[in-house]
Design a protein around this ligand. Sequence first.
Ligand code: HEC
Ligand code: HEC
Ligand code: HEC
Ligand code: HEC
Ligand code: HEC
Ligand code: HEC
Ligand code: HEC
Ligand code: HEC
Ligand code: HEC
Ligand code: HEC
Length: 323
Amino acid sequence: MGAGRPIIAVSKKLIRIILPVAGLCAFVFSAAAQPKAAAANSYIGSEQCGLCHADLYKGFHNNPHYKSIASGKESPEKTGCEGCHGAGANHMAAGGGAATIRAFSQMTPTQVIDTCLSCHAKDFSRANIRRSAHTEADVVCTNCHSIHNSPTPKFLLAKKQNELCYGCHEPIRAQFSMPSKHRVNEGVMQCTDCHNPHGNFAPSWRTGTGSNLVTASHDNEEPCLKCHVDKRGPFVFEHASVRVEGCIACHVPHGTTNAKLLKRPVVFTICLECHNGAGTFGRENLSVFVQSASHNMLDPKYQQCTQCHVRIHGSNADGRFLR
Ligand code: HEC
Ligand code: HEC
Ligand code: HEC
Ligand code: HEC
Ligand code: HEC
Ligand code: HEC
Ligand code: HEC
Ligand code: HEC
Ligand code: HEC
Ligand code: HEC
């Protein structure tokens, strides 16, 4: 837990809130009780919290965390309010205050994560939450989730998902307004169809380092294949680029002015990034088509690569993807 706010700040707040209710003695008691806070403390049960925090307690039965109260089977340190805020006896005796309770307003990002993961660690056993780009940037649970004031019916999000993500990734919004795009702004899909905000072990299809927020779908594949199953194959003749570099060798994932979410406006310029005579494939340098027997680049029709190579993602009939 954090060191706590300066006594002065706590006192001011307490005076404002408690004085009208309990009179000066509550304030004196609070200040006096603090040094002893580390001594005996015990669990008092959520109903007791409700005596002073009536609003929060009243709405709490709709919260998924209410289940721990309803079941009556959890140990006190895992039940209700105290499951997150810790034992409340000292806090109650002191008449409130941030220094006598586990208050999130006083926590460091690491302390927040530790508190939430004390119960949720197994939910993220397949994610790499402690090494995710978000955790490393000190973006933690409470930046995205609101336990007491969530406007979303599921997942206790601090805001509706798109707005939550755009709140920190504003430039991405414009990408999803481009002529060629995935319809995220229209509500057809959402960021988490492709990203896991909690992190991921780097999927094998992208040999990036550390944790990667792009979600792997089945069997560590690209998230794209979850929806575009026809591109999964296996094909008798695979276009190696699809397997090895993945979809984003040729496509942008969010949006672009180019048709079909392609990386470049003119298709053949994408092809020539690889089919340029360099490397271990492409027997011909297609960028100097005039020298090529099969492709006459002076004839514009040869620039329409995919008019002939129609099965560009892979074919079961032809090794040149012509059918
Ligand atoms: C799942 C964890 C969790 C549980 C359970 C929980 N809280 Fe909280 N509480 C938080 C977090 C996190 C905050 C910080 C504000 C935020 O991020 O929404 C908070 C903030 C508060 C605050 C400060 C005022 C505010 O709204 O910011 C009070 C008071 C409070 N909680 C009381 C309670 C009471 C009473 C209960 C039981 C009815 C309870 N909490 C149950 C996590 C929890
Ligand atoms: C005797 C009344 C009383 C009881 C009982 C009580 N509180 Fe509080 N609590 C207060 C007052 C007063 C404050 C200070 C007002 C504020 O900061 O919102 C406070 C503040 C808090 C805060 C916010 C600290 C901060 O500034 O971030 C949390 C969290 C909290 N209480 C949780 C609980 C929990 C959990 C329980 C039950 C275990 C509980 N309270 C029981 C009176 C009480
Ligand atoms: C004392 C154990 C405990 C702690 C601590 C705890 N949670 Fe939970 N949380 C649960 C349980 C139990 C559920 C309900 C799971 C279910 O519905 O089966 C839950 C549900 C949730 C859900 C909703 C999942 C859904 O499917 O809608 C979110 C989001 C969540 N917790 C976030 C948090 C955050 C953020 C924190 C830290 C501020 C936190 N939890 C701390 C036990 C805990
Ligand atoms: C960058 C934002 C972000 C952060 C940080 C974050 N979450 Fe989430 N979380 C989300 C979103 C968005 C969803 C909803 C996912 C969906 O719609 O499928 C979610 C879903 C969940 C769920 C329910 C579904 C599941 O995946 O199990 C739980 C539980 C949860 N979060 C807990 C936590 C806890 C605990 C932390 C901190 C250790 C945390 N989250 C950090 C954004 C975040
Ligand atoms: C509180 C601010 C905040 C929120 C909310 C947030 N992010 Fe982030 N996100 C960051 C920061 C900071 C980083 C790390 C620095 C960076 O790369 O921009 C990051 C990194 C990322 C990355 C990795 C970027 C990279 O270059 O590898 C992705 C992907 C991402 N966030 C997606 C999301 C999604 C999806 C959501 C909504 C569920 C979300 N973020 C919500 C702040 C946030
Ligand atoms: C169709 C799948 C898909 C959807 C939907 C999606 N992303 Fe992405 N996003 C990706 C992929 C794949 C990358 C990695 C691109 C790369 O490495 O070149 C990425 C990269 C990013 C990055 C890091 C690179 C950058 O451009 O800054 C951020 C941040 C990001 N996405 C945020 C979001 C947010 C926010 C949303 C929702 C509004 C979202 N994404 C929706 C697939 C998607
Ligand atoms: C959640 C499902 C889903 C995921 C995941 C997904 N897509 Fe899509 N994709 C769609 C839908 C639906 C369309 C149809 C276009 C629309 O919605 O307007 C589409 C359209 C496309 C198009 C054609 C666009 C056009 O203008 O005809 C391309 C290319 C594409 N997606 C590539 C990808 C790539 C690359 C990824 C991974 C980074 C991906 N998709 C992930 C659902 C998905
Ligand atoms: C070698 C470059 C390349 C790679 C890699 C690639 N694509 Fe494509 N893709 C294209 C081209 C070029 C088009 C446009 C075809 C046309 O103009 O007829 C296209 C069109 C599409 C379309 C829209 C038309 C259709 O066939 O449904 C979707 C969807 C699509 N790609 C998804 C994917 C997915 C998913 C992946 C990864 C598994 C992927 N692409 C990998 C080059 C590529
Ligand atoms: C990211 C690199 C990359 C891109 C971009 C790319 N390819 Fe390929 N392509 C390959 C690789 C690697 C092979 C496999 C070569 C081999 O096995 O010798 C291949 C094979 C082929 C083959 C079969 C060649 C043979 O000899 O069997 C054709 C046809 C082909 N590509 C056409 C295209 C077209 C058309 C485009 C543009 C839409 C394109 N490629 C974009 C990497 C790429
Ligand atoms: C008019 C139809 C047509 C167009 C347009 C076309 N190709 Fe081809 N391509 C073919 C045919 C037919 C073959 C098989 C020729 C052979 O076996 O001699 C072929 C073979 C290939 C091969 C395999 C030959 C080798 O050298 O390994 C590659 C790679 C290739 N094309 C790439 C491209 C690229 C890149 C474009 C666009 C710049 C393109 N093609 C445009 C018809 C076309």
